[in-house]
Design a protein around this ligand. Sequence first.
Ligand code: TXA
Ligand code: MG
Length: 349
Amino acid sequence: NVWHVQQAADDQLREELKEAAGSLKEGGLVAFPTETVYGLGADARSTAAVEKIFTAKGRPSDNPLIVHIADRTQLDELVLPYPQLAKALMDRFWPGPLTIVLPVRASALSPLVTAGLATVGIRMPDHRTALALLREAGCPVAAPSANRSGRPSPTTARHVLEDLEGRIDGIVDDGATGVGLESTVIELIGEHAIRILRPGGVTREALQQAAPRASIDSASAAELEAVPRSPGMKYTHYAPQGELELVQGEPEAVTAYIHRQTRAARQRGELTGVLAFEERLAGYEADCLLSLGSEDGLEEAAHLLYAALRDFDAAGVQRIWAECCSEQGIGAALMNRMAKAAGDRIVRL
Ligand code: TXA
Ligand code: MG
């Protein structure tokens, strides 16, 4: 089942989503768009339904799922009392790409959703179709990104079908997502500290502005590894099939390095790919040359990244080199996902 809703007027949307919502209510698996990436949804209260998510994705069961809500009134039955700071962040960023880890109310959700943790990550997506579907379904919806585990997250309905056709009950198609990278996941330590478990659509700078007195830190790789705070971060993610290497340094040095590498690889008969910003794109030679847009607007790069990784796969390239970018704003999330896709292979010139 593919439900196309791109043409639907806002007031028709819930009607058009009745079947998709019905499928969720009956324990089905429905992929749907959000402002970040497409999610693979199931009724978060039903273990039978949530189990299907893990099977369809091939996802390790110690990796907890984010619960999506359409309305703040849904929160009370899902979580225990939480810091005032969380309320302030919800006021500022919901609906939006911010997942807040909160203490879970026992038996409100299937234990598979939390993977045995005492907490649950909750978010309210800023997307008309996601919100309409959640309202129509009337239940909290657990949804990881709608890709096979280890593949780049899907930013179009076609990406979802590439990975999951035949494994899910349906998909709501409302075109490409906006941000293009997943939500920011945070936990709160008391009233005055925020820890970023996964950088994403809401930037550190925006969090700091909304909570000027809070201290903000990012969990280190070692911390994420040791404590299952954000278990998802420890698995290989977003990886293209070709071997990706990131190249960091002065622009001239980066260009020269990538040049030498692609030339040598092509002489060995390998299919090559380059992922670069528009400013220098024309200077490269590769079998598959893809643009991240301009360096001056990293939102565009965030929007393009996952589709580009999939395009490299489709082109069958074996070696890929990518330029790095600033880690300001959305650049932090972008570099985080690129480093993961590269399995942390970063050349510093
Ligand atoms: O933008 C998004 O967040 C997308 C869309 C579909 O909403 N969803 C998404 O879900 O990216 P997923 O499952 O691919 O990533 C969820 C992340 C993982 O890194 C997971 O470990 C972390 O959130 N997470 C979930 N619950 C958690 C918890 N209770 N404590 C710490 N981390 C948690
Ligand atoms: Mg994911």
